[in-house]
Structures are given as C-alpha cells and as structure tokens.
Design a protein around this ligand. Structure first.
Ligand SMILES: [Zn+2]
Length: 269
C-alpha cells in the first residue's frame, strides 16, 4: 500500500510515529500550522514555530526517508487577538519561499466570531496576493454548518481565489456538499472520537464518489491515530473496494491536489 498523510500535526508526535507511518506505506506528510495547546504570547512564538515547521521537522522526517511539507498561518483558535494576527500575517511572507511550504493553512473559523472572520479575510487576501493555495479548518459540532457556509461565502466573494486550489477540511455528512458543490476540494478527518470515523468516511465516499476528496488523520496532541488513513484503506478493502479505487482516494487524490503547488514533488522510485 502507498498513501499520503495530507494533514498531520507531526510536531506533537513522537519519532516512532514516523517509523510506523513509513512502514505502513506513507509517501509524504503535510503539516498545517495549528494551535499548540496554549495561546502563544507574541509573534515570536509563531516565528519559532514556523522555523520548526520549515527546518527542524522536515529534517526529523527525512531521517525516515519521509518528505515533509507544511502550511503556514495563525490558526482560528488564536485569531481573537487581531493585532497579534496582523503581526503573524505580516511575518508569513518571509517563510513562503522555503522549499517545503505549500500554502496558507489551516485557516478558517473556530467559534465563528467577528474577529475570526476578520483574520480569515486577512489570510485569504494574503493567499491571493502571493498566489498561494489554501487549506481550511472548519469548526466543530453545532457550529460546523454555519461556519462552513460563512467560509465558503467569503472565499467565493473573492474573485482572485480559484476553488480548485482550496481544500475545505474536516467535512462531515452535513457539510460535504457545501464544499464540493462550490467547486472546492474536501477533506475528511479520521478521528477515533469526534469529526469522522473510518466507517462514516467510507459511507460518504460511497454516496458522493471520490472526486476532489482526501482522507487524513490530523494526528495532533489530542486523542488521534497517526495510522488512520491506512487503517481506513484496510476497511475499504474489507468492504469490497478495489486496490485501484483505494489508491485513488489515499494516494492519487492528495497527489493531484498538492501537485498544484510546484514545490510539491515526491522522490521517484
Ligand atoms: Zn489540523
């Protein structure tokens, strides 16, 4: 089996997880910027984090032969402080030329607040000005549908944004159509508890087809399973999916989306 982990927060994982992922057939991992479990106290915290994502973490992954890519932003959970967000958005362009940076993400909404929307708008403008791809985080539980609609409306109202270069992540049964119908890609996050289980993700793939969809484990510092993409592939096989159709979802689809960024290249062989 081969697969791509398109959304994994590796800085919060142990090195053994890299070995397990490579053993399971992982071809590369992509790491969106996110919340650290606490609010950073200044823009310097983000400077250090962006150095970690663009320098130290790719080196740690390379020890296992695993290419590591990342996305940069101030995440929605820390977006209440608009002044801090402005400083971070001003810092990001200094890192955009680094070889493993794929775009702006994971941006979006957490509680659908006014300040979060303001900061989301700043990020979308940054992505448009610098021609970057976008990875979107959608809120959890009861806020998800409203938040997804707000995000899609905001993205659609900016004519500089091409939907095929945007992925709306953490979709569920009630939001997947909102993302796909607007022409965006959509991601399903395989968590053991919240978001989407492997069985629910496969149900959605069987209902909506596998165009413009990817699977990820998110694997962060919370309850999560770094191998949930290959585990879901095993479940797909058990449910009668062909090897080719599984490969499309877990490898070819993320490859197609991510290859829109010229820096995204996998080693041959
Ligand atoms: Zn994430």
């Amino acid at each position: 089996m081969r697969y791509i982990e398109p959304h994994g927060h590796m800085v919060s994982r142990v090195t053994d997880d890299y070995l397990d992922m490579v053993t399971a057939g992982c071809a590369c991992v992509c790491e969106p910027a996110f919340w650290a479990g606490y609010d950073r106290s200044s823009v310097n915290g983000f400077y250090d984090y962006f150095c970690q994502l663009t320098d130290y973490e790719p080196k740690r992954a390379a020890k296992f032969g695993l290419p590591h890519f990342c996305w940069l932003c101030i995440n929605p959970k820390e977006s209440e402080d608009v002044k801090l967000a402005e400083e971070v958005v001003a810092l990001i362009p200094k890192f955009l030329d680094r070889p493993n940076v794929l775009g702006i993400g994971e941006i979006g909404l957490n509680k659908n607040s006014k300040n979060e929307l303001k900061v989301l708008e700043m990020h979308v403008d940054l992505a448009a000005r610098t021609n970057q791809m976008i990875l979107v985080h959608t809120p959890h539980l009861e806020d998800k549908l409203k938040g997804t609609r707000l995000i899609v409306d905001l993205l659609e109202s900016d004519t500089r944004i091409r939907p095929e270069r945007v992925i709306i992540d953490h979709v569920e049964e009630h939001t997947i159509e909102v993302a796909l119908e607007a022409g965006f890609w959509a991601g399903m996050t395989l968590y053991p508890e919240s978001k989407c289980s492997p069985a629910r993700a496969i149900d959605m793939l069987e209902c909506y087809g596998s165009e413009r969809l990817w699977l990820n484990s998110a694997c962060d510092w919370g309850v999560s399973i770094p191998l949930n993409v290959p585990y879901t592939a095993v479940e797909m096989k058990r449910r009668g999916w062909s090897a080719e159709d599984i490969d499309k979802v877990v490898y070819q689809n993320p490859l197609k989306f991510l290859s829109q960024c010229k820096k995204f290249k996998l080693p041959k062989g």
